[in-house]
Design a binder for this molecule. Structure first.
Ligand SMILES: Cc1ncc(COP(=O)(O)O)c(C=O)c1O
Length: 382
């Protein structure tokens, strides 16, 4: 099988308004190189001073009690389940409308994903969670899709009633908040991704786990570094999921900008919402002033979605589907759970209807207007 990402990078470059904005984001790379030079001179390549500093910066950013930096968001979810003692056959309730990683991590932790369908906010529907609980259920793994917080009040009540853990896949949701609570701080453990196209990113892969609980934090620290308590002794069996120092340097550089990045994404989203609201063929998810969305993705539902995407591509706009296949209809899930079309209708509807357009901090006002104009043109002609 070929590496499909190389092709993707070439394709990405052809668009005028792109999803991939990394060359803009890192125009100031000489500054980062200077910081990396210091690290090299100090022989600190992994889990060093820069990682400690990043964990502290992250703590302050989202008012977290404990932060543990790791190799990826996927590892963060996997280790969270392991840390909470979940083991073979335990069931974890989650959404079928998510990135593969949420479900992969459950399976890699030897547990069974159990899906509950989503609702109008694209997040798991709390009403459907309770029906999925069995004696084997140990945790609810919520995903704050696109950076919009799930209905955590109701989900927390359910978790309390049935004595279940809550793990948050907050990989889209850095700085998202409901009331005064930031994503990652609602459940037992919150998991973040620092993948290059996330709102707070590094130069490759990286992740973060946050928790209020000191003992959980201690165990997560052991888990990410082979279970080592010192150079020669392990206390538990762990894995290698350390955040590299180079990545921590990049993260510390960008964390200073993440509030502005979020603001720019929210501004772009507001302009798109206003510009698109009167188009009958477009459905914008309801915005809730209590739910501070961070728009990792700007996703709306559109009639004739596939034709619209083709049209926008012809106009140089990198419109995308996030994601066209729900998790229960991916091949390994179908084999594992015997799922079929129609099992989770809302997730399927979203996979068939949603379209996302670039919304990141480098999309300018005239480009947002150009996106709006072209969507309007498409529907007026068709
Ligand atoms: C919802 C969701 N969960 C988990 C992940 C996994 O993060 P990572 O790529 O850092 O492993 C992603 C990454 O895109 C994601 O979108």
């Amino acid at each position: 099988m070929k590496n499909f990402l190389t092709k993707q990078y070439i394709k990405d470059k052809k668009f005028k308004i792109r999803h991939n904005y990394l060359s803009d984001e890192f125009k100031d790379y000489p500054k980062i190189f200077k910081k990396i030079e210091k690290v090299i001179k100090f022989n600190d390549f992994t889990l060093g001073f820069e990682v400690d500093k990043f964990e502290n910066n992250f703590k302050k950013l989202i008012n977290a009690k404990n932060c543990i930096a790791v190799g990826s968001g996927t590892d963060a979810i996997y280790m969270s389940l392991k840390c909470l003692g979940l083991s073979r056959g335990d069931e974890v309730i989650t959404t079928p409308y998510t990135f593969y990683s949420t479900v992969n991590a459950i399976v890699q932790a030897d547990c069974r994903p159990v899906f509950a369908d989503v609702q109008g906010d694209f997040n798991i529907n709390p009403e459907l969670i309770e029906k999925k609980i069995t004696k084997k259920t140990k945790a609810i793994l919520v995903v704050h899709w696109a950076g919009r917080i799930c209905d955590m009040n109701r989900i927390k009540k359910i978790a309390k009633k049935y004595n279940l853990y809550i793990v948050e896949d907050a990989c889209h949701a850095i700085l998202a908040k409901k009331g005064k609570i930031f994503a990652g701080n609602f459940g037992d453990i919150g998991c973040f991704s620092l993948h290059p196209l996330k709102n707070l990113n590094v130069w490759g892969d990286g992740g973060m786990m946050v928790t209020k609980n000191k003992n959980i934090a201690k165990k997560l620290k052991l888990l990410r570094n082979h279970g080592l308590v010192n150079r020669n002794e392990i206390k538990i069996f762990g894995i290698n999921s350390r955040l590299d120092t180079v990545q921590a340097v990049v993260a510390n550089h960008l964390i200073k900008k993440v509030k502005n990045i979020t603001k720019a994404r929210r501004d772009n989203a507001r302009k798109l919402d206003i510009g698109l609201k009167n188009i009958d063929s477009i459905k914008i998810p309801k915005r809730d002033t209590e739910n501070y969305e961070v728009f990792h993705i700007y996703s709306i539902r559109a009639k004739k979605r596939d034709l619209l995407i083709k049209f926008l591509h012809s106009k140089g706009i990198d419109a995308k589907k996030y994601y066209p296949i729900p998790m229960h209809l991916q091949t390994p899930s179908k084999i594992m759970g015997n799922y079929k079309k129609g099992d989770f209708p809302y997730a399927e509807k979203l996979c068939n209807e949603t379209i996302s357009v670039p919304i990141h901090q480098f999309v300018k006002k005239n480009e947002i207007n150009y996106i709006i104009k072209n969507i309007k043109d498409f529907y007026s002609k068709s």
